[in-house]
Design a binder for this molecule. Sequence first.
Ligand code: DMJ
Length: 634
Amino acid sequence: MLPPSRRDFVSLTLSECGSYTNVRQWRQQSCWRKWKQLSRLQRSLILFTLMLLLVCGISTYPTLIVHWRDGAVGGNGDVGKQPFVVDLKNEYRPFLPILPSEKKGRRGPPSLKNRLQSKSNVSGLLGDGNDGPDLKNVAKGSEGVNAVISWGGAVIEEEQGSDTDTKEKENQEVPSLLALADSRLEAVREAFRHAWKGYKDFAWGHDELKPISKSYGEWFGLGLTLIDALDTMWILGLKEEFAEARKWVAKELSFNKSVDVNLFESTIRILGGLLSTYHLTGDSVFLDKATDIGSRLMPAFKTPSKIPYSDVNIGKGTAHPPRWTSDSTVAEVTSIQMEFRELSRLTGDPQYQLAVMEVMEQIHKLDGKQDGLVPMFINTNNGQFTHQGIYTLGARADSYYEYLLKQWIQGGKKEKVLLEDYLQAVEGVKKNLLKKSVPLGLTFVGELSHGYFSAKMDHLVCFLPGTLALGAHHGLPADHMELAQQLMETCYQMYAQMETGLSPEIAHFNMHEGSKQDVDVKIADRHNLLRPETVESLFYLYRFTKDKKYQQWGWEILQNFNKYTRVSTGGYTSINNVRDPAYPSPRDKMESFFLGETLKYFYLLFSDDPSLMNLDKYVFNTEAHPLPVWPQTE
Ligand code: DMJ
């Protein structure tokens, strides 16, 4: 039996709470009664506290929104959970030290800059990633565009100094530059170690790291990233990492597997990676593995036309084109020559070289080119170009041009047909594909589709400045170098004009008067896959001109990779949107070429030692694996 008071309450709630409206009215009346019972002071205090809470709430609103947004669309599928919100924000923490000269308001003698850039300082900053530098300053890495650039490449502020000051600076400039180079090289090593940590922890022995979900993806199931990264570790001097990877290659790597691999991708990444590592180390394990994969890829050439199929099953020894066509891609069938030629030279077995040179000969003779420019597809049955009338230096044609020049260099500049085709193609580019953008007048390489010009340029095309510069270095016309420098500026602007300072996959250039920005990006093209081409070209341009601006541009790009693509638990990720610095949207994939190419070219760009990968002795394949220029006696 309930006491009378509780009985009243129960009967009240039962009768008066029959409807939602009644309950609300009752609550309102009761609250109002209580409010009226308060003194004036008590009411003022409550009102003041409420106002204070409202103001605090409004001021923190943007942060809350960012937290919510990050949590809601993150890559690990743990939607909306608080711990994940915190984690994801950490993924995008800037990590590298800012160059002292890039810090706004920091002035001081070079000696001070030196100390700030010393290795101990770098590692201190890198530490555990919890005490990153001033985020705002790092975020403004691309401010260097407007800054004054000294001959030494350091971004400096304009300041008036006395003669004595100037002399003192000059005396200290050299050690300062050395320290700058050292700190940048160390920053690349650190970036590599960070990427490697992710691969080792979550994807060891698999093809690609998925850094956000802390897992891996398979493409061929052959440890693609590990093989692609071997010579990078060697060049960067990462001995422990290299030793561990070498052990995996010797003990675990087996090509005796029934898997379909793409002929081009496995040639440039696996065969190329193993051959170059063999050359750098002299370790026969790499040559044995290279010979094994090379011979397993040969069934691809058994086609009616001898133009190879795109795919091979390396276990079964069968090959086939893609399911929907009997065509192969022109860039793919013409960018496997350097590797197979080198394999023949090393093994003394001519079959590899004969197969790939047959392809070059056929393509050399084919109709359907326009001023040396090739279509994108070729049929494996009849050996003719298909889908004619479209000409690009981007996807599906790009490395055809690169390998014309590089095979010529590899073979000791004797194969005149290769050179002629290359020179003709460069003229074809100039005649058909070059235009200038508005407002900056940037020279860019567009595309031709059945006689119509399109101002579309893939990031992939940014290999071209480097290739042109390499040709000029090897004695080709000086105007190739001029064009290389103009295109280099354009590729840099594809980064600098984006909000993240990272290039989109495809850019469209404005050509109409009144345009405010040269580079436009379509929604579907806003991704960045950590591609190497611009850094690759910066390396060549710096090597041949010694103009420090190229190193500075590369440094800005490296910082932006660190800012927007670095994942705190290890690895770097491709992103979906280079136009949204607040949320670039991770794709959860680290391509093997980030370690094989991008980081290697960063390192070579920041190195001032021309004997490190001497470009008269080595020629890089299209995956950044250095192969020797054949000695002249051969
Ligand atoms: C790499 O595999 C090679 O550089 C290739 O020539 C083009 N695509 C990627 C990098 O972007």
